[in-house]
Design a protein around this ligand. Structure first.
Ligand SMILES: NC(=O)c1ccc[n+]([C@@H]2O[C@H](COP(=O)([O-])OP(=O)(O)OC[C@H]3O[C@@H](n4cnc5c(N)ncnc54)[C@H](O)[C@@H]3O)[C@@H](O)[C@H]2O)c1
Length: 273
């Protein structure tokens, strides 16, 4: 618990579980109120892991309220621009302002290049790219209207700096986010709004449940030469959601006030070679 975000309001997508929940709880612990959204339902057909539920989002609410902060939630798909705008409007009406956006919702699907269908390519690009753009567009004007500046954090991946074998759609989408952060940073800078992208390596979240491990192994067997392309320098291969939240919270706070348009890797060194 700290006071680095006291009095501020953060809008976070994909907040029902995993990293999005960790960002919400960490920021609330630093004094921020939270506007949280999640689809809380069936993810596109190419996704091999379990979907989040409304009960997952309820648990995020419980954990945020435990810190003493307020949270306003909506169940909405990030691909639904109008729905996203309504969710932010309602949150700002209730909580009074907006300072921070964390565009975190995303999907992943391990598939060998010739098994990616036009539908799965479109779904991954729509959720990861258009959904991220929608999150910024739903909230940026509210930050500008506040006149205090702010911080926007787009969650990309190690795949958005280097690449992830057997995820051409995911890699393309995460590189798009890297570029999107820099382009928004250029135009929003005059409003003292900083925009950065965060690039985690593997993180222990429900993204690794269901058929995900089996599908990763099966894809890997198609071309073993590509194994270990993201080998870390540090001893740990996998981060916890809270490790990523530490960086996201730092980027939201005044401690990073001179940092914008940067791609910040939180990947134990795996994308640096
Ligand atoms: N887990 C990893 O290893 C890893 C590594 C690098 C980057 N990432 C990225 O981190 C972000 C968070 O992933 P996570 O590991 O917490 O996964 P997760 O699946 O546990 O959580 C993602 C959340 O986003 C929600 N979501 C997905 N599509 C949505 C949509 N269209 N609209 C609204 N909500 C939606 C899901 O319901 C879920 O609650 C993603 O962008 C992911 O690509 C994850």
């Amino acid at each position: 618990m700290g006071d680095r975000l006291t009095g501020q309001v953060a809008f976070i997508t994909g907040a029902a579980r995993g990293q999005g929940r960790a960002h919400a709880v960490k920021m609330a612990g630093e004094g921020a109120d939270i506007i949280a959204i999640d689809v809380c339902g069936k993810l596109p057909d190419c996704v091999p892991y379990d979907s989040a539920t409304p009960e997952d989002l309820d648990e995020t609410v419980r954990l945020v309220e435990e810190t003493g902060r307020r949270i306003v939630t909506s169940i909405v798909d990030t691909r639904d621009y109008e729905g996203m705008r309504d969710a932010v409007d309602r949150g700002v009406a209730e909580l009074g302002r907006l300072d921070i956006i964390v565009a975190n919702a995303g999907i992943a699907s391990p598939q060998v290049w010739d098994q990616i269908t036009p539908e799965s390519f479109r779904d991954v690009m729509d959720v990861n790219v258009t959904g991220t753009w929608n999150a910024v567009m739903a909230g940026a004007q509210k930050i500008i209207d506040g006149g205090r500046g702010g911080s926007i954090i787009l969650i990309s991946s190690a795949a958005g700096i280097k690449m992830q074998p057997f995820m051409i759609h995911y890699t393309a989408s995460k590189h798009a986010i890297t570029g999107m952060a820099k382009a928004f940073a250029a135009e929003l800078g005059k409003h003292s709004i900083r925009v950065n992208s965060v690039h985690p390596g593997p993180v222990l979240t429900p993204m690794g449940t269901g058929e995900m491990p089996a599908q990763i192994s099966a894809a890997g067997e198609s071309n073993p030469q590509l194994a270990h392309m993201l080998t870390p320098f540090l001893p740990s291969w996998v981060a916890m959601p809270e490790d990523i939240a530490d960086t996201v919270c730092w980027l939201a706070s005044n401690e990073s006030k001179m940092i914008t348009a940067q791609a910040i890797a939180v990947d134990q060194g795996s994308t640096s070679y």
